[in-house]
Structures are given as C-alpha cells and as structure tokens.
Design a protein around this ligand. Structure first.
Ligand code: F6P
Length: 333
C-alpha cells in the first residue's frame, strides 16, 4: 500500500529524538514504535521527549529501546504524552530547545502532530539549522499536503459507531438528532461520518447552511414517511453550535436532541488503517532524516509516501471536498 524510502548505508550512529505535540490521536503510539524500531534497526540511538515542546524545554529526554515501545501499537493516546506549548512561539525559547537537544548530542527531531506543531519545528530548523521532520498526527485530517493523517480513520469509525447506536433510539422515538463531532476549523470528520452514517444533513465550518435549508431537508424526509433524522454537526470554532441549531429548529417547529461525541473520538485503539499509516510514516520520517532530508513533513498522496517541505504546507487550508455534502444529502433522501 505505502512505500518506505530506503536508508543510505553511510548513515550510522545518529541520535534521533521523537515527540508528540498538540491534540493526541489514535495511532501516535504506533508511529512512535515505528520511529524507534526503524531507527534502531539502522544503527541510530533513539530518544523520546515527554510532553511535547514543553517537556523538551524541561530536558525530559530519555533513551528508548526496542522493548520500551513494546505492546503499544494497539493503544490509543501517546505514551510520550503531549502538550500545546505557548512558550514555543518565542524565538529565544526555540533556541533554548535546540541547545538542550545539542547538549544531549541529538542530531534530529521527529515531531508527530499538526500544523501548529510543524510551525514550531519549521522555525526551529530555519533559525538554528537543526534538522526536524514532521509526521501528520491529528484526528481532524486538516493538514495541507497530505491526504491522510494518523488518527482520522479511527475517529471517523468511533463517531460512526456512536451514530449507528443513536439511530436506533432516534428511530424508536421518531426523533431528530443533532450529533456533534470534532472539527474546530474543519469538517473532514463530519463529512466522512455523515456519508458513512447516512446522515440527512452535514454541517461543516467551511460552508454556511441556513436553518431554512436544514428544515427543508427534514420536511422532505417527513413527506417521504421518515420519522427520524440524523444531522451531523462539526463543532466549529465557537462552543455550543449544536444547541444553538437545536433552538433555531425549535422555533421552526422541529424538536430535536443533541449528542456531543467530544473527546470520545480522540481515544481508543487505532484501526488497522491508522496502525499501518503510522508505521509507514514513522519509518519514512527516519529514513528521510538519515538521507539528509528535513524541514519537511512525510505525508500521503495517492497511496504513496511523499515528503513535503514545511514551507509549502504551514498555515495553508486543506480544502474539503464540499461536493460530498450534497452527495450525503442525495443519498439520504
Ligand atoms: O485534535 C484536534 C481537536 O480534536 C479538534 O477537533 C478540537 O477542536 C480540539 O482538538 C480540542 O482539543 P482540546 O480539547 O485538547 O483543546
């Protein structure tokens, strides 16, 4: 399915550290395991940094052996722990982080995380010439330059399982359910579970939908004899969106219930897809670092591993295939 780049022979005895940063995602452990074992297999000394950039600044760096990453491929979360580090916005703080890594004689850093985490790595390398490489790990699948991110498939399947259960009670009680999934700035989870879960409507931050159009969809279903409806809502940037929609629907004569799936989507054992993706991307990140490539992310394009420079992806918005929203609606009519 995926290709792993080969490692040049001459690169031996390098020291590589790995950290996880930002929101955790199922499959991060599988990526850590792969980074460590692939690095060890190619003669490297491997290190784990605890608690993302915050832990790095506190010098929380430990050697990792093959057995220290045993029995983690199936576990959600991240054994290295993770954090969002405000301090890392400062140039002097990033310099200090590089000094800490250099004092430990570390030659390169693998960062598993999202856009914000990659920004930190990119600046660290630009300012200090310290090699960094990113592995996309976020349930939101919102990283430009890669078609897939570690954790997305698991989160979609978790949400889908919940929707299937809610559908049972929705149809038993003839109810409309608003099911809120994660996605502060992006609707990838919502769109995928909307299509996969047979939702009547999908609401995403990328596209405005009027309450009138939501009502029209509900009414069309009612006319056809439908007694229940599933509306998938991506949480969006401001809290309480589903409850606001519920109130608006009530004003139009439709009673509904809200179910917020929240952080349940971030936990749990990774799917086979995420374990494979994480394993291949982990090894590829190490292979690229050893091949002298850095300041870039390993991503996926048409089932192939690609190396994309950070400068080409950071801050860019990955487009949602919005035709799928209409598609979800067509299939649910
Ligand atoms: O991991 C991404 C994400 O799950 C977003 O969809 C969500 O808005 C955010 O993280 C919430 O994370 P936290 O509760 O850790 O701030």
């Amino acid at each position: 399915m995926f290709n792993v780049p080969s490692v040049p022979h001459q690169e031996k005895n390098k020291s590589i550290a790995v950290l996880t940063s930002g929101g955790d995602a199922p499959g991060m452990n599988a990526a850590i395991r792969s980074v460590v074992r692939y690095g060890l297999a190619h003669g490297c000394n491997m290190f784990g940094v605890s608690k993302g950039y915050s832990g790095l600044l506190e010098g929380e760096i430990q050697p990792l052996s093959a057995s220290s990453v045993a029995n983690i491929i199936q576990r959600g979360g991240t054994i290295l722990k993770t954090d969002r580090c405000e301090a890392f916005f400062k140039k002097s703080v990033r310099r200090e982080a590089v000094n800490i890594l250099k004092r430990k004689e570390i030659d390169g850093l693998v960062v598993i995380g999202g856009d914000g985490s990659f920004t930190g790595a990119h600046l660290m390398e630009n300012e200090n010439k310290f090699p960094t490489i990113g592995i996309p790990g976020t349930i939101d699948n919102d990283i430009f330059g890669t078609e897939d991110t570690i954790g997305f498939d698991t989160a979609v399947n978790t949400a889908l399982g919940a929707i299937d259960r809610i559908r049972d009670t929705a149809s038993s009680h003839d109810r409309i359910f608003l099911i809120e999934v994660m996605g502060r700035n992006s609707g990838f989870i919502a769109l995928n579970v909307g299509v996969g879960g047979g939702a009547e409507t999908v609401i995403v931050p990328e596209e405005k939908q009027s309450i009138e159009s939501i009502c029209r969809t509900i009414d069309r279903g009612v006319k056809r004899g439908k007694t229940s409806s599933i509306i998938v809502v991506a949480e969006g940037p401001t809290e309480g969106l589903s409850h606001r929609i519920m109130k608006d629907l009530e004003k139009k004569g439709h009673n509904s219930k809200v179910c917020i799936l929240g952080h349940t989507q971030r936990g749990g054992s990774p799917t086979a897809h995420d374990r494979l993706l994480a394993s291949v991307l982990g090894a590829s990140a190490v292979a690229h670092l050893l091949g002298g490539h850095s300041n870039a992310m390993v991503g996926v394009k048409a089932d192939e591993v690609v190396l994309v420079p950070f400068k080409k992806i950071i801050g860019k918005k990955k487009a949602l295939p919005s035709s799928l929203i209409e598609f979800a609606g067509i299939l649910a009519t």
